[in-house]
Write a new protein. Structure first.
Length: 146
């Protein structure tokens, strides 16, 4: 059975795809409740930084340091350097990753900095990205800076 918070991130990814964007979603969970949710909006907003995790953190609003330190960030895809950096900046201790086969961010670096990572390898997360990349290779390459 898929974890409820990863499922919430998948629902965000689907919203991103349905609104013309890249199907990556994220939720920030603190003390067992979703504090923020988001999806990749680079295409929709013409933004260079609105990856799912960044949108999620933005939507969570201002939080205290102690709240971030109790948080878990769920993402349908392995976070990139930018999103990993945000997690490190706010000292988010745990990240649950839906899949890392279509893209792998700096996971080893995150682990070396004390972040606990759980890679679920969820089939739905993988299929959403695999299909998107096959149909929209140039948009995907733009998103990851290729």
């Amino acid at each position: 059975m898929r974890h409820v918070f990863l499922q919430a991130a998948i629902e965000e990814a689907k919203v991103g795809l349905e609104t013309g964007g890249i199907p990556i979603g994220s939720v920030l969970v603190i003390d067992g409740r979703i504090a923020g949710r988001g999806h990749n909006k680079r295409i929709q907003k013409g933004s260079p930084v609105l990856h799912a995790e960044m949108d999620c953190l933005q939507n969570a609003g201002r939080l205290t340091a102690s709240e971030y330190r109790r948080a878990t960030l769920y993402s349908t895809l392995s976070p990139c350097d930018m999103c990993s950096g945000a997690a490190l900046l706010y000292r988010i201790p745990r990240i649950v990753i839906g899949e890392n086969r279509t893209f792998r961010g700096p996971e080893d670096y995150l682990r070396s900095r004390g972040v606990e990572l759980q890679v679920v390898d969820d089939p739905q997360c993988f299929l959403l990205m695999e299909e998107f990349i096959r149909q929209n290779g140039s948009l995907w390459n733009e998103d990851i800076g290729v």
